[in-house]
Design a protein around this ligand. Structure first.
Ligand code: DMJ
Length: 523
């Protein structure tokens, strides 16, 4: 028997009352009837099309895409951290640095530097298990009662800074106790004729000394320990820490030998005067002097005018003496001045500057600081993008002569990349303040290149010798503690769209990316 033929039309029957409600009900019934009259194939096709439209709609919604992209990137950073941590845990647990290629460790101070530097990163990334096991090590195994020479600056920014910020984020008094311990053990460094601290302290013996070959300290080192010691005074109620580091700032403020607010690189611990004068850079040995002028001013509630004045003067000094444009692309870069001669040399370290300038502009400093920040950010990105591996060299030289075809040149000795954070750090500030997604995109490219050229399959990431040779970047077999303390933390904060995740109105990052609170106005 043949099935009854389907009807191609639906008969219309008006209800007697003809009211609007009735007609709606009729319409609904009529649709339902139509639906039931369709074949199974027709129904499936319609359902499939509707589903497809729904999926396409969701997938092309900019808000949702943005959200998913953000989540994927955040997870990529967490994954990178776990991978780095796996190497550290398996081959270097409790030691200063992982050597991921030889699956061993390197020691600098013998104080678990990578572990301490990474504590607040784990907290911010939400890596609870990893954090718990690291905390356990701090509680049970970390002792500063050791006959060991440590560098005052490095142990302040990485260890004291790391412990203080972890205390603030977690409220766990273990970290405050450890911070007090290392802080007081570092104080002998300030027992000098000039009150300018020595570079090295024996934290077990309580003695301090300059490096073997000189009685000089580095200017950036003695002027970039203030955020941490000032905070230690606030937390302990003991002013001695703050007084010691502010004395250094007072002296440097008054010293002769600056050029338009720019400082030389060395200072003598006997007489407190600048030495090796005539060389001015925003790179190694001077960099964080400028960063900490601004950051101390912000930390202390924007009332310490000498700090602000010195910072503003220095930015003008940079503009007047160190800023130039490259050829062919006209990138703005910060070079160096050596006894009156300009050198188009820019350390990767200088790439902290766009972020610092942007931070100042956020706190009311001239708007042209932000304009300069944007230009320099582009330059720092190009230092990555123009390399064959997409990773920046340690030092770039910019071309300035007509006819050159490439902006960035790299000397053979400068081709290494140490997994440094400065560009990612600045990208984070620039994204927070402008919300321009290109900064996240640039960071994403850089993270992928770190994964491509520096990731070691058995765990960890390694510094490399040659950013110009993708076929053989030539691993150095060292993962610096700042890769976990700074680089990965700044990647995570860059990819996060939550401005309250370590709000820049509440926290100030020390030069090792450890967030410390901005003091309440009442203090
Ligand atoms: C870090 O220890 C700090 O960021 C310091 O200010 C400069 N050098 C490294 C990272 O490059």
């Amino acid at each position: 028997m043949l099935p009854p033929s389907r009807r191609d039309f639906v008969s219309l029957t008006l209800s007697e009352s003809g009211s609007y409600t009735d007609s709606k009900q009729w319409h609904r019934q009529s649709c339902w009837r139509k639906w039931k009259q369709l074949s199974r194939l027709q129904r499936s096709l319609i359902l499939f099309t509707l589903m497809l439209l729904l999926v396409c709609g969701i997938a092309t919604s900019p808000t949702l895409i943005g959200h998913w992209r953000g989540e994927i990137r955040l997870e990529a950073v967490r994954e990178a951290f776990r991978h780095a941590w796996k190497g550290y845990k398996n081959f270097a647990w409790g030691h200063d640095e992982l050597k991921p290629i030889s699956k061993s460790h390197g020691e600098w101070f013998g104080l678990g530097l990578t572990l301490i530097d990474a504590l607040d990163t784990m907290w911010i990334l939400g890596l609870k298990e990893e954090f718990a096991e690291a905390r356990e090590w701090v509680a049970r195994a970390l002792s500063f009662d050791k006959n060991v020479d440590v560098n005052l600056f490095e142990s302040t920014i990485r260890i004291l800074g790391g412990l203080l910020s972890t205390y603030h984020l977690t409220g766990d008094s273990l970290f405050l106790e450890k911070a007090k311990d290392i802080g007081s053990r570092l104080m002998p460094a300030f027992n000098t004729a000039s009150k300018i601290p020595y570079s090295d302290v024996n934290i077990g013996k309580g003695t301090a000394h300059p490096p073997q070959w000189t009685s000089d300290s580095t200017v950036a080192e003695v002027t970039s320990i203030q955020l941490e010691f000032r905070e230690l005074s606030r937390l302990t109620g003991d002013p001695k820490y703050k007084l010691a580091v502010m004395e250094v700032m007072k002296q440097v403020h008054k010293l002769d030998g600056k050029q338009d607010g720019l400082v030389p690189m060395f200072i003598n611990t006997n007489n407190g005067l600048f030495t090796h004068q005539g060389i001015y850079t925003l790179g190694a040995r001077a960099d964080s002097y400028y960063e900490y002028l601004l950051k101390q001013w912000i930390q202390g509630g924007k009332t310490e005018n000498e700090l602000l004045d010195d910072y503003l003067l220095a930015v003008e000094g940079v503009k007047k003496n160190l800023l130039k444009k490259s050829t062919p692309s006209g990138l703005t870069f910060v070079g160096e001045l050596s006894h009156g001669y300009f050198s188009p040399k820019m350390d990767h370290l200088v790439c902290f500057l766009p972020g610092t300038l942007a931070l100042g502009a956020h706190f009311g400093l001239p708007a042209d600081h932000m304009e300069l920040a944007k230009q320099l950010m582009e330059t720092c990105y190009q230092m990555y993008a123009q390399m064959e591996t997409g990773l920046s060299p340690e030092i770039a030289h910019f071309n300035m002569h007509e006819g050159s075809t490439q902006d960035v040149e790299v000397k053979i000795a400068d081709r290494h990349n140490l997994l440094r954070p400065e560009t990612v750090e600045s990208l984070f500030y620039m994204y927070r303040f402008t919300k321009d997604k290109k900064y996240q995109q640039w960071g994403w490219e850089i993270l992928q290149n770190f994964n491509k050229y520096t990731r070691v399959p058995t765990g960890g990431y390694t510094s490399i010798n040659n950013v110009r040779d993708p076929a053989n970047p030539n691993p150095r077999d060292k993962m610096e503690s700042f890769f976990l303390g700074e680089t990965l933390k700044y990647f995570y904060l860059l990819f996060s769209n939550d401005p309250n995740l370590i709000s820049l109105d509440k926290y100030i990052f020390n030069t090792e990316a450890h967030p410390l609170p901005i003091w309440p106005q009442s203090e």
